[in-house]
Design a protein around this ligand. Structure first.
Ligand SMILES: Cc1cc2nc3c(=O)[nH]c(=O)nc-3n(C[C@H](O)[C@H](O)[C@H](O)COP(=O)(O)OP(=O)(O)OC[C@H]3O[C@@H](n4cnc5c(N)ncnc54)[C@H](O)[C@@H]3O)c2cc1C
Length: 638
């Protein structure tokens, strides 16, 4: 497997500019000769499809929802980072770069992260030009707030609906290109395979989710912007439809999968209440700007009314342990601290898996209207779900699976190990190392889509020349047949259990053995249980109905089948990485104070896995990471 990262030469601040100058261009008159497939219409997919359309390429964009506007990006709440330094509080491109590398526990590629920080300011300008209604100060300037892992205010936001507003911006740009005929949009089409011709990605196979039709699409290049795989845990803050299918199918064709075990467990989610929930709800990290996290000091108080627990009997454990960053300690650290206090019996709420996020002090200091102005919709959402008014009593929160830093391996050009197959947004592994800082996913998705891929994909096209293959060719026929065969096998099982019941069971295994804390024996156990569950699935799943019309159970079963294969890869990766870093916490590797203990000598690399067949141990390759600008250090938020 060729893992040449293609990081350009030169000083870090010049790499991207030099690269843009040295890579090839496609002249405007030639762009219409090229067809590009974009799978995904979230912030990453929507922005790249719109931009490529605007540049003059012929784009076909696919999503499985009934509108691009329903991509999971719409759920993003708290904000998007950018190194604008509007607050004059010491921010800079370098500081954003540094915070992101450190936040990722020194497991990301420096050059990519620097480019991300450089692009961040342009994103805000682009979105403001589109009309995205970012929050503003009284005088009209764009407002900022802070997110975890930073000591500056660099997060731009639109109340608690930043993702929705950014997506509407990208969607307007996309709609303009659809109207102009540059982008053909195919809603309710699920990509079920990647087609590789002569070693290059040249198309996809989709199922029309309404009619059941299986179709082949050919192109000069394929871009996957298909989001993350937190639903491998079943319960997560992601939309229930999020899945790993597109990335997994590309992996089976030879695309390396990088760091699949790096998953982010977000500290501020509404705790699980019952067995029948299909998802969990995030309470944005932005709330930690004003909310204080605490648990009772004594286990006997855990079930008491929080309003009756005196200040002296409370442990504001993040402020105590991390005085410099306090409640804005990064997500991995805050989540582990919450687990720790709950494991000690100090957890609150009916289940004992909860900690308080308390706004009483902020309300006293700023007044309720000021808090409502910043977070009103989040408080309303919390009340609708829990029936509790968080202006009057503290919110209850607990960590939940939220984001996946792992993804398909890409080089500096965002190209996978399959030439012509590019991956953008949460679906790639590129920028966040072992832990993503808050408000950095939106930044990455839009940087990839608006400002990076349009250059790097052009370079590929210019080098290869135009000529999408015949979609009736043998590679397409073969891939279509394989897709039909798999659907037939799924429908043919005729068992007794729903796909959802298998998904729930998989989620329990993953949360228990590959969740917030992992250890060798647990991961080995998971590697025994997952193949058994997969076998049970293929002999006992029940999918009512047929495949020639809308069949949501069939869709779900296909995604669960892929998660059942992918989960094993995650556990192999977690087992192999005998260190703790970021969101990957191996219990055997921790400091005396319970912090993650990295092994830089053995693991300063990206683990990239090559598929060897379902159920077979994948082969590991490594991309060594070099830190020339940031010194490897123990992360310190004290
Ligand atoms: C509740 C919540 C709040 C968040 N808040 C923030 C925040 O405040 N700030 C921040 O920076 N990040 C936040 N994040 C993270 C961020 O929202 C996501 O990482 C980001 O939006 C992902 O964008 P994306 O374009 O990569 O993928 P998505 O938005 O998930 O889009 C994926 C697209 O791919 C399509 N797709 C997937 N598979 C297929 C297939 N097989 N065939 C066809 N189409 C397919 C889907 O239809 C969809 O269009 C939040 C995440 C959650 C869950």
């Amino acid at each position: 497997m060729n893992l040449e990262s293609k990081i350009p030469q030169g000083a870090i601040a010049d790499k991207w500019d030099n690269h843009k100058f040295s890579i090839k261009l496609v002249n405007p008159a030639n762009r219409r000769k090229y067809r590009i497939i974009v799978v995904g219409s979230g912030l990453a997919g929507g922005s790249v499809a719109a931009t490529l359309g605007e540049l003059g390429y012929r784009v076909q964009c696919f999503c499985y929802q009934d509108s691009p506007r329903r991509a999971h990006s719409i759920a993003a709440q708290g904000g998007i980072n950018a190194a604008k330094n509007y607050q004059n509080d010491g921010d800079s491109v370098y500081r954003l770069f540094y915070d992101t590398v450190k936040g990722g526990d020194f497991r990301s590629r420096e050059a990519n992260v620097y480019r991300l920080a450089q692009s961040s300011a342009n994103i805000i300008d682009q979105c403001v030009a589109q009309g995205v209604p970012f929050a503003r100060e009284y005088g009209g300037f764009l407002a900022n707030r802070s997110f975890g892992g930073a000591q500056v205010s660099r997060t731009f936001y639109a109340r608690g609906q930043t993702g929705q507003q950014l997506l509407l911006g990208a969607y307007s740009a996309l709609s303009q290109q659809i109207g102009a005929g540059q982008v053909e949009m195919y809603n309710r089409h699920e990509m079920l395979d990647l087609v590789v011709v002569d070693g290059h990605a040249k198309g996809i196979i989709t199922r029309n989710l309404v009619s059941g039709e299986i179709e082949s699409w050919s192109a000069d290049a394929v871009i996957l912007a298909t989001g993350g795989y937190s639903t491998v845990f079943f319960l997560s803050t992601n939309a229930a439809g999020c899945n790993v299918t597109a990335a997994w199918r590309a992996h089976k064709h030879g695309a390396g999968f990088a760091n699949p075990c790096y998953t982010q467990i977000h500290p501020t989610c509404i705790p699980q209440e019952g067995e029948h929930q299909s998802k969990l709800t995030l309470m944005s990290e932005s709330l930690r700007n004003d909310g204080r996290v605490w648990v009772p000091r004594n286990a006997e108080d855990a079930q008491k009314d929080p309003l009756e627990i005196a200040a002296a009997a409370r442990d504001y454990y993040l402020e105590r342990k991390y005085p410099s960053f306090g409640n804005l300690a990064p997500r991995d650290i805050s989540s582990r601290s919450a687990k720790e206090v709950c494991d000690e019996g100090l957890g609150v709420g009916r289940t004992g898996f909860g900690v308080y996020l308390d706004f009483a002090d902020a309300i006293e200091r700023l007044g309720q209207p000021a808090i409502a102005e910043k977070y009103g919709n989040l408080f309303e959402m919390y009340e609708r779900i829990t029936g509790e008014n968080a202006y009057q009593r503290p919110m209850r929160i607990y960590p939940a699976p939220h984001y996946t830093m792992g993804g398909l391996w890409v080089d500096y050009n965002l190209e996978t190990t399959i030439p012509g197959c590019f991956v953008l947004g949460e679906a790639n592994f590129s920028d966040h190392g072992a832990n993503r800082l808050g408000a950095s996913a939106l930044m990455q998705g839009l940087a990839d889509g608006y400002f990076i891929a349009p250059y790097t994909v052009a370079d590929y096209l210019a080098r290869e020349g135009a000529g999408a293959p015949d979609p009736e060719g043998p590679a397409f026929r073969e891939a279509e047949a394989a897709v039909r065969d798999r659907i037939g096998r799924l429908l043919g099982v005729g068992g007794k259990r729903s796909a959802r019941s298998f998904h729930i069971e998989l989620g329990r295994i993953m949360w228990e053995y590959c969740g917030m804390a992992r250890n060798e024996s647990g991961l080995e156990k998971a590697l025994e249980l997952i193949p058994q569950l997969r076998e049970a699935f293929w002999s006992d799943v029940n999918i009512p109905g047929r495949d020639e019309y809308l069949n949501i159970e069939l869709e779900r079963a296909g995604r669960v089948a892929d998660l059942l294969e992918f989960a094993e890869l995650m556990c192999h990766d977690a087992l192999d990485r005998k260190e703790s870093c970021g969101g990957h916490f191996r219990e055997e590797f921790q400091t005396a104070e319970g912090e993650a203990l990295r092994d830089d000598e053995a693991y300063t690399h990206v683990s990239v896995w090559e598929f060897q067949g379902v159920g077979n141990v994948p082969v590991k390759h490594r991309e060594d990471l070099e830190f020339e600008n940031v010194e490897l250090a123990v992360r310190n938020y004290k």
